[in-house]
Design a binder for this molecule. Sequence first.
Ligand code: DSN
Length: 418
Amino acid sequence: MNNISLAQFDIDTHTAIHKELNRQETGLEMIPSENFVSPAVLEALGSVLTNKYAEGYPGKRYYGGCEHVDTIEQLAIDRAKQLFGAEHVNVQPLSGAPANIAAYFAVLKPGDTVLGMDLSHGGHLTHGHPVTHMTQVFHFERYKTDANGQIDLENLRKMAHEHKPKLILVGYSAYSREIAYSKIQDIANEVGAMTMADIAHIAGLIAGGEMNNPVPIFDIVTTTTHKTLRGPRGGMIMCKKEFAKQIDRAVFPGLQGGPHENNIAAKAVAFKEALEPEFKQYAKQIKANTKILEEAFQAKKYDLCFGGTDNHLLLIDVTSKSLTGKDAEEALDKASITVNKNMIPDDTRSPFNPSGIRLGTPALTTRGMKEKEMGIIADLIDRAITHHTEEATLKEIKEDVMALTKNFPLYTDQTKNV
Ligand code: DSN
């Protein structure tokens, strides 16, 4: 076997990885679905577990030599159960989209109706957007938020009675408000629908006790593990015991082959971290930081979608500042502030050049940034948006960003050499 280091063997890949590390360290990462994992999570992710095939589940595999991966997968399952109060957990989904697809196939038949949120109102592509394959299999009806940016429960009830969905779906990618799971479960009970929550964005806030937890209420809850939960890139499904077999079969062999056990080990490590008392503090700080941004942008007369935030993100309509979401994303990129352009509710512009930007605080909070830094960052963002055509100003802001991030180092030198 070739035992030489990556730097010695493949300088091109090594250099690109280190440039990316430098980008992450010297910029302000504000895409709300991104985060920085710990060195322990990175170590598990880069471990020899990547060498192992383990189709099946702990104790019931189709391959020999699975005793250690069984231990690891069971640890991940048990810790996830403890974290969310789940009756059953499947940690094998490769990411959020396959987790959602597996969940649909577990409980629906082709042609069944799903009631999910419209993409431009904060929903997700996999919740029934016409460009996805799932819409060729299942029938999706899509609800919206009301003029106040709230989920209109009366309208949801009306739609549920009208369309008689098999599944009512909540949990969003760009929605910044709390979700009333019990009230939605009541609506589902009225029409005999199952309930599913996709908590990919807010799983860490739920685990940290900062947002409502649908797991004890809903039938099925899917999530990613790499957003606010601060684990490796991956997915997970939690469900009531009665759906356990269907969910497991839908993931494997229904949809996936061999589970990525290195990834599952990294999930186990991340869940252990999330069970520590410090994680509660982390979740609290994410929300406190986002509130500061909300207040700062309101004071600067930005249009905040949904009227503000209860979680880790803000969706901001920037068109009143005389630019588009794409212009804003590009200007902020030049200043080393990373956000993403995003549709706003009923956006009249295209997804490639929408009216809004979406930004959040999970990654900055992991770096240790608090209220004081959020005030500074809101000013930097506003300056970049106001002067988005002035290259010299954007360069100055980039220098300010570099000075700020220097005080919040991300990884130790030891981790960087791995
Ligand atoms: N890409 C994720 C996000 O940014 O919200 C959703 O898939």
